[in-house]
Design a protein around this ligand. Structure first.
Ligand SMILES: C[S@@+](CC[C@H](N)C(=O)[O-])C[C@H]1O[C@@H](n2cnc3c(N)ncnc32)[C@H](O)[C@@H]1O
Length: 259
């Protein structure tokens, strides 16, 4: 079996259905709180700091940071659908978070305007062009102030390979079943995802892919982008229970500074 993936899949997959298929990870307040607890201990975030949640989706981390008094958070993401969801949640909870549409490879912000750039919840490695992540890291470097911190939170390639399973499925609520078929193609995992409603039938049948990084390789990419003081933290699993959470468990966190 070979799973074929449209290279632009990432431009359309992150929508309302994604918020259902990945709800266990991205719509769980407990998971997001755990993650923010961990991230905010690893870099020196101050309440007056400008924080960019790059590829921030519906802004769950920025919203949680804002709730904790970090008042200057900006979310940048390609998905207008997720940004709209985030902006609505911010308005509902009276939180001041900016939601900006854009491509992380070419960020429409001037150089040196953020104290921290965070790329969270496994948001690298989606664009098949191997240069894409280097471009994202270069942009993170450019928009950071001198002394600012980068925090990357992505799947730990070594750990994911060790636990690789070609099939997985889980239920969401009483109605939706998410089935995933996976294949390793070099350092890339390709997947076919079928989402089925027991009541109304097929909701989605799509393929996607993700480049897996070994921890030292991603740290080296950060160094090539200009960062220093790079630290790798492995074995970060926000889900405590058993289960196949795809690449949302067994993550690594890399922190690095623009010095
Ligand atoms: C797995 S989701 C995680 C979202 C968010 N960080 C979270 O943890 O909830 C990955 C996100 O990266 C975004 N993304 C991927 N590549 C991007 C790019 N080149 N520019 C902007 N956003 C991108 C997607 O739109 C999606 O919202």
């Amino acid at each position: 079996m070979t799973i074929h993936v449209d290279p632009d899949w990432w431009k359309t997959l992150f929508d309302d259905v994604y918020l259902v298929t990945d709800a266990r990870s991205v719509c769980s307040p407990e998971v997001t709180e755990t993650e923010v607890e961990v991230f905010s201990r690893l870099i020196p975030i101050g309440r007056s700091h400008q924080i960019l949640d790059l590829c921030g989706g519906h802004g769950r981390h920025a919203l949680e940071l804002s709730r904790r008094g970090f008042a200057h958070c900006t979310v940048l993401d390609y998905s207008r659908c997720l940004l709209r969801r985030g902006a609505a949640a911010a308005a509902r909870h009276r939180l001041s978070v900016a939601f900006v549409n854009g491509d992380a490879r070419n960020i429409a912000f001037p150089r040196s305007c953020f104290d921290h750039v965070m790329v969270l919840g496994n948001s690298l490695g989606y664009i098949p062009d191997p240069q894409a992540d280097a471009e994202i890291l270069a942009e993170a470097y450019r928009v950071l102030k001198d002394g600012g911190w980068l925090l990357l939170d992505v799947a730990d390639g070594a750990s994911i390979r060790k636990r690789f399973s070609p099939n997985a499925w889980h239920e969401i609520g009483g109605d939706v079943v998410v089935c995933r078929q996976r294949e390793q193609q070099g350092d890339v995992i390709c997947a076919r995802e079928m989402v089925i409603s027991k009541e109304s039938g097929l909701i989605r049948d799509r393929t996607y892919c993700m480049r897996l990084y070994q921890p030292p390789a991603l740290a080296a990419a950060a160094t090539r982008a200009g960062f220093s003081r790079t630290t790798i933290h492995t074995d970060f699993s926000p889900h405590l229970g058993e289960g196949d959470y795809g690449c949302m468990n067994h993550r690594m966190i890399i922190t690095a500074q623009k010095t």
